[in-house]
Unconditional design. Sequence first.
Length: 393
Amino acid sequence: MLFHAFLIKYAEIAIKGKNRYLFEDALVKQIRQALSRVEGEFAVQKEQGRIYVFCPESYDYEETLDALRHVFGIVGICPVRIFEDRGLEETARDVVGYMESCHPDFSGTFKVYTRRARKTYPVPSMEVSAQIGGHILEAFPRARVDVHEPELTISVEIREKIYVYSQTIRGAGGMPVGTNGKATLLLSGGIDSPVAGYMIAKRGVQIEAVYFHAPPYTSERAKQKVVDLARLVARYSGPIRLYVVNFTDIQLYIYDQCPHDELTILMRRYMMRIAEYFAKKDKSLGLITGESIGQVASQTMHSLAATDEVCTLPVYRPVIGFDKQEIVEIARQIQTFDTSIQPYEDCCTIFVAKHPVTKPNLKVIRRSEGKLSEKIEELVKTAQETAEVLEIE
Ligand code: ATP
Ligand code: MG
């Protein structure tokens, strides 16, 4: 086994005072959760302003790294090799051995950076760096020292033992989930809403989700696709509670009672209302959608205002100013794209009009909703009460 531990680098933020503890504790918790899916016992420890993941005797390096790469709040991941402290001379030899296995035939510029976490270590940091650097120069004749802009920095941390690392693998960035409350994502099977959920989770927000389906007009396969997407988002956000709401009767009723060019906007208003019901029940502080201005008729400024009107919670639309291509790029990066483009029907598209209104007039919309007064409350209540609740890991 090559690496004994990972040093977790986190930056972001003015994590000062009390916030720093909240941030670090949330990060440790998320790291533990991510690693619980990897075989082996990992120890995640907060030590002197650093977080270390100590690895078991044998573990899968790639799988571990992959799990860590999905944890928000991590900026960089440094694989660390740990040596016993057997004196500086031996340490220098250990570092050369480390170089031989991690950077064989190294021929660029480097510097050694020493940090003494153990202050009683008898040799000053600069001198440790100089001695180790000397050994490296001897073993790698084509390497040169450059303390200002080295191609490679070899970090040596003197703790109880000697920690050596030289690579930083990029982390997911953002803030650890759990540092910023909870929000409820309207998750469809499309490209945009999983990206929207990912983006808000990245800011430290815990996610739960609501999906509206319309059986038998939408299939079991369409629902499975949404479950799959929730699972992909959950790789970053941690567990997601997913409410699957049967929207069929509400849609049919609207279809029967209201002008068809208003269908989409009316359905969207009921979706928002129902999503908000679940949000409030679970103490979510906002709703999230994958809407982007002008993308479709229901996402013009007028339509967005009309859907917003029925919500009392704030509605977050993180991709609001993105072009489709920009959203697709993120979807690819977080690996939801291939699932999103599977061709299964969505409940909105089934009842959609040929020429939906793009500038809904609020007075007109409210009047249309008035035509639903006889049964809609009962239907909404039934939809809320019969929702299926899935805990997505
Ligand atoms: P997406 O790619 O996310 O499906 P879209 O471009 O298809 O978005 P719309 O169908 O207008 O756009 O939906 C806009 C937003 O409304 C979605 O991003 C999602 O947040 C929400 N939404 C739409 N349909 C559903 C559904 N069946 N269940 C839950 N939320 C939905
Ligand atoms: Mg959609």
